[in-house]
Design a protein around this ligand. Structure first.
Ligand SMILES: Nc1ncnc2c1ncn2[C@@H]1O[C@H](COP(=O)(O)OP(=O)(O)O)[C@@H](O)[C@H]1O
Ligand SMILES: [Mg+2]
Length: 248
């Protein structure tokens, strides 16, 4: 007889050709979590892995009305928990935290959800977060006809000057409207959807009250300025900071 877990997994991933690959990356708890989310209609089925990173897998999922969702599943065993703690500790939204791997990953997932909410509240272009549970975050799928938008790294902007200013405006809105620092901003965490700059990957983002917020902000400015300089934009970190201040 089939175990409940196998049954749940088959409902979750009906396509056999994808099931093998996906089975390798999940533990039991994650399958239950995903099944619960599907039960609650946040999506109907997982289709395939869009991206595998150090800390998470991102899947394309299909919702009921045939719309797509992005489902980000944080790894519960191999993530860099020490790194995560550096961005959780000091952020006063997350006080009571057991220093135990699963609760760190759960907090991280909740943190990314909250940060995406803040970004959207500040009208910054970022995926709309739909829900989170344990180590799983469900959000709007950014792409067209089911194909995920490329990162800025993969598809540089046609007009880098404009794109640079747009990214600085997004940083300013995050900062002044939501008191949030992205803290891992680079061409890898910006999607270029038809020349719109969409900020993603906000698990590490911190409030300005975090003791290292200033360092993280400087680093974001540095990464983004250097990237756009390589794209031919005549600028400097000082100028970038000035531009951000002008958006206040
Ligand atoms: N909402 C989304 N819609 C479409 N694709 C996404 C979405 N979120 C992430 N991705 C894809 O997954 C990749 C990794 O996502 P990211 O949040 O940066 O995770 P990581 O922590 O692995 O860097 C992105 O580069 C993008 O290709
Ligand atoms: Mg990323």
């Amino acid at each position: 007889m089939q175990s409940t877990l196998e049954r749940e997994f088959k409902i979750l991933v009906p396509k056999e050709e994808h099931r093998k690959t996906i089975a390798k990356v999940f533990d039991e708890g994650t399958i239950h979590t995903l099944h619960g989310l599907a039960d609650n209609k946040y999506f109907e089925q997982l289709e395939f892995i869009v991206s595998t990173g150090k800390e998470a897998h991102v899947f394309r999922a299909r919702g009921s009305a045939n719309q797509y969702r992005a489902v980000k599943v944080y790894k519960t065993r191999t993530s860099d928990f020490k790194h995560m703690m550096d961005y959780i500790r000091g952020d006063n939204r997350f006080k009571t935290l057991k220093h135990e791997r699963y609760s760190i990953v759960k907090t991280w997932t909740r943190k990314e959800f909250k940060n995406l909410e803040l970004a959207n509240q500040a009208k910054v272009k970022a995926p709309l977060p739909l829900t989170f549970k344990n180590n799983v975050l469900v959000m709007e799928f950014i792409g067209e006809k089911g194909i995920a938008a490329p990162t800025l790294k993969e598809k540089p902007a046609q007009e880098p000057e404009n794109a640079f200013e747009t990214v600085l405006k997004a940083m300013a809105d995050l900062l002044y409207k939501s008191k949030l620092i992205h803290a891992d901003l680079s061409e890898y965490n910006i999607l270029n959807q038809n020349e719109e700059m969409i900020l993603i990957d906000m698990g590490q983002s911190v409030l300005t009250s975090h003791p290292r917020a200033k360092d993280f902000f400087e680093r974001d400015i540095k990464n983004i300025t250097h990237y756009f300089q390589r794209q031919g934009v005549q600028t400097s970190m000082e100028e970038a900071k000035k531009t951000i201040k002008q958006f206040k």
